[in-house]
Design a protein around this ligand. Structure first.
Ligand SMILES: Cc1ncc(COP(=O)(O)O)c(C=O)c1O
Length: 380
């Protein structure tokens, strides 16, 4: 379908073309110096000691839980209002994701009070998601973690460049996990980054990313070593040079692109204000703090979401839902039984949230067009 306004679009230009061409001409494609350069630039941007590029955000989350030694019999508290990868990465380790509810219709992030209520003697970690690029309330979450000796993973897939009380999202917990999937604020097609300030964790992350091996093909190509040992069970979660080259350029564009996203979000807030049946979450926030990854709106309970989405589709506007709650998926119900009704706020959002297009290349006229289409489609 050719949308007049798609949900998201990449923001790339000739610099990305050149960066990819340079990699091809270098004749080295697998993890090597360009990936190292991307990691160094990313660590500097976040203000962290260590950054490791990985094949995608899910791999970053898997490694994060694995390096904490989380396994069978353990529990990790996490939101259900997220992409399934957050919870799946806990399952990959043989542990159980325990879902905590969100703050409410104005705050779609997991609530620290709900987290506190879910702690048991099996809890090992809290894995938060900065929904839509809006930071979770990290201060009480870090305090709870400290009080109960729990690790904190930040799923920062939406929040590259977002801040929380002046700190960069992803650099607050023990480990931060980023996704560079094609629709993300920093896009490389597939890709991710795992960051930490902890030297011991960093060592484990580095070996786990590459089959537990002590050297890379690149090290051997440079003659720095001729063999390797395998010191742990690891995976092939390496990033390669072409996405890393894209990542370096995308990182340089990030602040500017995030600022454009914030301006678009501000226009949406203004234009949607007063339209009956529609509310916008996170309105009380400092807009400068968010990476404005997506633009969610909440429809009143009497509005049929499918009808509104169909009316917008008629006008060439793509919409989406963030998210169908993880605990309601067939697979999760099969694993943990019928848990419907257990997270009422998350379930309400799962039924009544609609995501509008948001990407740096959108024009102010696009926002106007979308908001007028909504106003005409919803009953007055
Ligand atoms: C909140 C969240 N967590 C994790 C991921 C997984 O990232 P990836 O698709 O790079 O594996 C995504 C990707 O969409 C996401 O939105």
């Amino acid at each position: 379908m050719a949308w007049k306004i798609p949900l998201s679009d990449i923001a790339m230009g000739s610099e990305e073309d050149e960066a990819v061409r340079d990699v091809l001409q270098s004749r080295w494609l697998s993890m090597g110096p360009v990936t190292k350069e991307f990691e160094t630039a990313f660590a500097r941007y976040l203000g962290v000691k260590h950054a490791f590029a990985v094949s995608n955000g899910t791999a970053a989350l898997h490694i994060a839980h694995a390096v904490f030694g989380i396994g069978a019999g353990d529990e990790v508290i996490t939101p259900s209002l997220t992409f399934v990868a957050t919870a799946n990465s806990v399952l990959y380790c043989g542990a159980r994701p325990v879902f905590a509810d969100i703050g409410g219709v104005d705050d779609l992030n997991v609530s620290w009070e709900e987290i506190e209520g879910k702690i048991s003697e099996k809890t090992r970690a809290i894995t938060v998601v900065h929904y839509g690029g809006y930071a979770c309330d990290m201060r009480p979450i870090m305090e709870i973690a400290r009080d109960h000796d729990l690790r904190v993973v930040e799923d920062t897939a939406h929040a590259v460049g977002a801040t929380c009380g002046g700190q960069m999202c992803g650099a607050i917990g023990d480990i931060g996990c980023f996704s560079f999937f094609a629709n993300k604020n920093l896009a490389t097609g597939e890709g991710g980054m795992i960051v930490t300030d902890d030297d011991l964790l960093a060592e484990k992350i580095q070996t786990m990313r590459s089959h537990g091996m002590t050297t890379l093909t690149w090290d051997r190509h440079r003659g720095h070593s001729s063999s390797y040992d395998v010191v742990d069970l690891g995976y092939n979660y390496r990033m390669c040079e072409i996405p890393s080259a894209l990542g370096i350029v995308q990182l340089r564009r990030l602040e500017q692109n995030n600022e454009r996203r914030r301006r678009i979000a501000a226009r949406y807030w203004k234009a949607l204000d007063g339209i009956e049946h529609i509310t916008c979450p996170f309105t009380g926030r400092e807009s400068g703090e968010s990476s404005c990854h997506i633009f969610p709106v909440i429809l009143s309970a009497d509005l049929v979401r499918g009808d509104l989405q169909a009316a917008l589709k008629e006008r060439g506007i793509q919409t989406s839902v963030h998210y169908p709650p993880v605990h309601l998926f067939t697979y999760y119900q099969r694993l943990f039984g019928d848990t419907r009704g257990s997270l009422p706020k998350t379930e309400f959002i799962g039924e009544h949230e609609m995501t509008l297009p948001l990407y740096p290349g959108m024009t102010d006229d696009d926002v106007e067009y979308i908001c007028t289409a909504i106003e005409e489609a919803v009953p007055g």
